[in-house]
Each structure stands twice: as C-alpha cells, then as structure tokens.
Design a protein around this ligand. Structure first.
Ligand SMILES: [Zn+2]
Length: 275
C-alpha cells in the first residue's frame, strides 16, 4: 500500500490458535485442524513502513523460530518476512509497540547458541508507553490470571539494558513526521495506536483496540481487555475519527480481511466498505 511517500506492508506470520489459558499454536492446515469452542483463531500481522529514509515496524510479532533449539525453526517470523520484502533486520530504525503482550513484542529478542538474549533488530529504537512498561513489570510481581495472551517482559530487560526502549509519556506524540502514536489504554493500561498521515491520506494501525473486523461491532463483548469500558469508548472514538478521516484501518489479528475503510450501516454502526 502506498500512502504519500510511504510504503506500507502487512507481514503475515500465519494463523494461530489461542487457548483460554493463553497458549498459542500455529495452524498448518486450516482444513484439517478443527477449531473447538475453547480456542480463538487469529492472524498475526506486524506492519512495515518504509518512509524513504528509514524503515519502521508497528509491533514485532511472535518471534517463533528465532530462538536456538526452537522446535519449529522453519516458520515465518519478523526476520523471514522482512527478507521477503528485501529488508535486513539491521535496516529497521524504529519499532512502535502497541503494547507489551508477548504476541506483539516477543519478536524483538531471541536466544542465541550461547543462551544469551539478543536483539533481533540491532539498530531499532523501541517506542512504548511508560505506563505500559510499568504495567508489564507489575504483572511480573502479581502474575494475574489473564485470558488469552499476556505479558512476558523478562526478555525485554536485554533491550532496556542496551538503552533501546524509549518510554513515551504523552497521549499524543509524533515519532517521525507523519507518524503519530495515540495512547488509548483499555486493552492494556498503556495501549497505543498509530496514525500515519501523508498528503491528506490517513491510515490507523489499531493494535489490539480493534484486533480484527469483528470488533467493529460495538456490541461485541470481549474478555481480552483489562478495562472493558475504556476500551469500548476508545474503540468508538477511533471508528468515528477514522470514518471522518476516510482512513484505512490496519488489523493485526485478522484472519481474512486485514485492512479496510469504514462506512455507516443502517443502525448507525460502522462496517467495512465493500469494494
Ligand atoms: Zn494484547
């Protein structure tokens, strides 16, 4: 997708099954693997932005297959997906993390042959909300029972020690000309979304505030948000703004429809525009 001078790509890591306890399994054959009621099926699509001067990632994926002694080394992850589009991990100058749940952040680090944790993207600064980092650390102490995918921030200490984490403390902050983070909270305390704006065109990367097109329905109840009321309010505000801006929404966890523009339906709700 072209937006002004920027080029955007969604980097698909495949389809996964998430159990209620938060374990995750890659689905190899959608026809053969039968879904049960206790699991949720999700896609997983970090976004690559090439601004012409630098390359930026929005979320970093699961990092499956990156670690030494990984049982499934042959799988798609942030490194293999960058390669497909002609990029090397060293090319990435920044990563904006919507939040620190491990399905968004684990791709940032891997364990090498000497069992050392290393940065997957050696030149990238990692932008995350300060509030989110604090919430992730707190969860290490309390280890609350969470539905779905939670925090596993231990590996991120490597990046903190290297001075790579940039902790943001404003609700609205432009990271690079045309790329702005907006703190929404709701899904997690410091969840943020990303607005990309170039030459009058707007794209919103929704993170887990609107993980897929099913969550456009404001009546959909979800157990994945730490603050359900706040998440719902932020979701509606985002949809109103995106509709007003005639913006394209990018979804991280969609299985099929990974992006689209909004139109209003007859009940004054929002649905994706059909081409
Ligand atoms: Zn999440």
């Amino acid at each position: 997708m072209e937006i002004g001078d920027f080029r955007l790509e969604q980097l698909s890591e495949g389809i996964f099954e998430v159990s209620q306890a938060g374990s995750i399994r890659k689905i190899r054959d959608l026809g053969k693997d039968t879904a049960s009621d206790s699991v949720t099926r999700v896609g997983l699509d970090p976004v690559l932005i090439d601004t012409g001067n630098t390359a930026i990632l929005l979320d970093a994926g699961l990092g499956m297959g990156l670690d030494n002694k990984e049982p499934e080394p042959e799988t798609s992850n942030i490194v293999t997906n960058l390669e497909i589009f002609g990029y090397h991990p060293k090319d990435i100058g920044a990563v904006i993390l919507s939040h620190l749940h491990y399905d968004h952040a684990a791709g940032l680090s891997y364990t090498n042959k000497a069992d050392r944790i290393c940065a997957t993207l050696p030149n990238a600064k990692i932008y995350v909300q300060k509030m989110e980092w604090e919430a992730a650390l707190q969860s290490l102490e309390s280890r609350p029972e969470v539905q779905g995918m939670g925090y596993e921030p231990d590996d991120l200490y490597r990046l903190v020690a290297d001075g790579r984490l940039v902790l943001l403390d404003k609700e609205l902050q432009e990271i690079l000309k045309g790329i702005t983070v907006i703190r929404t909270g709701g899904h997690t305390p410091g969840h943020q979304i990303v607005r990309i704006r170039q030459n009058g065109q707007t794209v919103y990367y929704c993170g887990d505030l609107i993980p897929n097109e099913l969550h456009l329905n404001r009546f959909v109840a979800t157990k994945i948000d730490t603050d359900f009321i706040k998440a719902r309010k932020a979701r509606v505000l985002l949809m109103q703004q995106a509709w007003h801006d005639k913006a394209t929404l990018l979804f991280y966890h969609s299985m099929h429809v990974k992006a689209g523009m909004l139109v209003r339906d007859k009940n004054r709700g929002f649905v994706l525009k059909k081409d």
